[in-house]
Design a protein around this ligand. Sequence first.
Ligand code: G
Ligand code: G
Ligand code: NA
Length: 250
Amino acid sequence: LARETALRHAIEGGQLCLHFQPKVDARDGRIVGAEALVRWQHPERGLVMPGEFIPLAEETGLIAPLTDWVLDAACRAVASWPVAVPVSVNVASTAFMADGLLEKLDAVVQRHGIAPQRLMVEVTESMLMAGADAAIARLEALRAAGFKLSLDDFGTGFSSLSYVKRFPIDELKIDRAFVQDVDRGGKDMALVASIITLARLLDLQVVAEGVETAAQAEHLGRLGCHIHQGWRYARPLPRDRVLPLLQAGV
Ligand code: G
Ligand code: G
Ligand code: NA
């Protein structure tokens, strides 16, 4: 209960902040988007990472106000960027299926004067598998309203190909577990190659997550995946440090 109270305080009292990790076109270093990642600036513990408080937020229902805060802060940021690329926001399963999400998204982009295309919602494969028909209906509603949709951690769930075809999405993100060994040949490379092929067939943008080395980047490029996110290019950065990269690339 003490942790819940502290998190409620953090959300209401301005202790959350967003970092932004660029998505880079590896062919020219241009930034094509950025993912917003929430952090808790804890008065005693310093910067607390989301893995330590998102699960608590989901268990306690605080994910609703937390998601509201993140959406508002992400849209405020993207409205101030010098290039018209989208910001990606992670939306947890409970928040994604909650009543009124579409109205909430419409309101937040209007409030900040941005086009809905500047907001990309990241959902995970496992979320969609849990209640596929309802989730697909929700995706369709968001997409019809102009929001962009991304399927995160792809490859870690158990989507059959026929499911992926039914998901009305714009982007697939290859989980970093597969990217890690993409330069070693073997099964991970085969898996990454098949995800890239799938994305091409379905006309989806494909993004590699967790790209750390030149060798990984080179192999991904050879396989036809040119949009990379990872420490090789940039770590998640505070707002004022990501601005110059948006302008100049990496
Ligand atoms: O920030 P870090 O790099 O530690 O992110 C760990 C994970 O936390 C991310 O992969 C993402 O799934 C989750 N996460 C980060 N920011 C948010 C957020 O704003 N909302 C939700 N629901 N999850 C987030
Ligand atoms: O998919 P998800 O939203 O969980 O991904 C974001 C997480 O991945 C964050 O915790 C972020 O800090 C982390 N991350 C981003 N780039 C890299 C990377 O190149 N290597 C590793 N190991 N983690 C990364
Ligand atoms: Na994500």
